[in-house]
Design a protein around this ligand. Structure first.
Ligand code: BEZ
Ligand code: FE
Length: 271
C-alpha cells in the first residue's frame, strides 16, 4: 500500500465520518460513547472481532470481483500462523474425548485448468463443540483443532476432525453490546476455516459451511457466499464404518479447492 493510497483513503474516511456526524448531529456524549466502545474492544481483546463482524465480508467481496479460482472467504479474528504440521493419515489435534460427531473432510486441490496440485499446504482451524477456538479461549489444549497438512501426489487430501456447531459471538463484551443495541442475534453458521498455499499459486483463504445448517441466511458476519456451502453427508453404512474402524456413524464433506497461479493472482490484485 503506497503512502499516496493511504492518504487518499484516510482523507476520504475523515470526510465521510465528519459528514456522518453532521448529518446525525452527534452530541459530545454520543461521540465519547463511541470512542469508549472502541477502547473497550481493545481492553477485551475484541478489536478484530468487532471489525470482522461488521466489515471483513465487504473487503472479501471486493477481493472476489473478477477473481479466478476458488471463492475467497473471510479469515475471521481467530487465525494463528505456525500451526503444527501433521503426518498422514491426517487428524486435527484433539482431546481423546473431543465432543461432537466425527467428520472426514476430503477433496482435491487443483489449478484453474483442472490439473491436480501436489504438495499444497492446507492450514485448517475451527471451533470445538463448545464453539471455542484454541489458543484464544482459556482452558483448551494448545493448537486444539488447528493444524497444517498437505495434498498428496494426486492433489487429493483427507483429514479427520469433528463437525463444529454454529459459532456464537461472546455476548458479554463490547461486540455483544453493539449487536444487542442493533437487536441482532450473535451467531455464525457452523464452519471450517482453511488457508490453501503453494509457492507458485496465490494463497486462498476459504471457509466451508454445511448445507441445511442454522444461520446460513442470517450470519451475524454476513459472510456466507455461494460456492462455500457444502453437503454434510451422514455415513452409517456398516461396511464403510468397518473400513474406517469407526463404531458410530460419522459425517463426510467433499470439497475441491481451485488455485490461480501467483502471477495471475498478482495481476488480479493490482487491477
Ligand atoms: C469466524 O469465522 O469465526 C468469525 C468471522 C468473522 C467475525 C467473527 C468470527
Ligand atoms: Fe470461525
Amino acid at each position: 500500500m503506497t503512502i499516496e493510497r493511504t492518504r487518499t483513503i484516510l482523507k476520504d474516511l475523515e470526510r465521510t465520518l465528519l459528514r456522518f456526524m453532521r448529518k446525525h448531529k452527534i452530541t459530545h456524549e454520543e461521540y465519547r460513547r463511541a470512542t469508549d466502545i472502541l477502547v473497550a474492544t481493545v481492553k477485551a481483546g475484541e478489536e478484530s472481532l468487532l471489525y470482522d463482524v461488521f466489515f471483513e465480508a465487504e473487503a472479501t467481496d471486493i477481493a472476489n470481483i473478477g477473481r479466478q479460482g476458488g471463492v475467497e472467504a473471510v479469515e475471521g479474528p481467530f487465525y494463528l500462523p505456525d500451526a503444527p504440521k501433521l503426518e498422514a493419515p491426517y487428524v486435527l489435534p484433539q482431546r481423546s474425548d473431543e465432543a461432537d460427531d466425527v467428520l472426514f473432510l476430503r477433496g482435491c486441490v487443483m489449478s484453474a485448468d483442472g490439473t491436480p496440485l501436489a504438495g499444497v499446504e492446507l492450514d485448517m482451524w475451527q471451533a470445538d463443540a463448545a464453539g471455542h477456538y484454541s489458543n484464544i479461549h482459556p482452558n483448551m489444549p494448545e493448537w486444539n483443532l488447528r493444524a497444517r497438512f498437505h495434498s498428496g501426489s494426486d492433489g487429493t487430501f483427507e483429514v479427520r476432525t469433528i463437525v463444529p456447531p454454529p459459532y456464537e459471538i461472546p455476548k458479554g463484551g463490547p461486540t455483544g453490546a453493539v449487536l444487542s443495541a442493533l437487536g441482532r442475534h450473535f451467531f455464525r453458521p457452523a464452519h471450517l476455516h482453511l488457508k490453501i498455499r503453494h509457492p507458485e499459486y496465490s494463497e486462498l483463504t476459504s471457509q466451508l459451511y454445511f448445507e441445511g445448517g442454522d444461520y446460513l441466511d442470517s450470519d451475524v458476519a454476513n459472510a456466507v457466499r455461494e460456492g462455500l456451502v457444502t453437503p454434510l453427508v451422514r455415513q452409517d453404512d456398516p461396511k464403510e464404518l468397518a473400513a474406517r474402524g469407526r463404531q458410530k456413524p460419522y459425517f463426510e464433506v467433499r470439497y475441491d479447492f481451485m488455485l490461480v497461479p501467483l502471477h495471475a493472482g498478482d495481476v488480479r490484485r493490482r487491477a
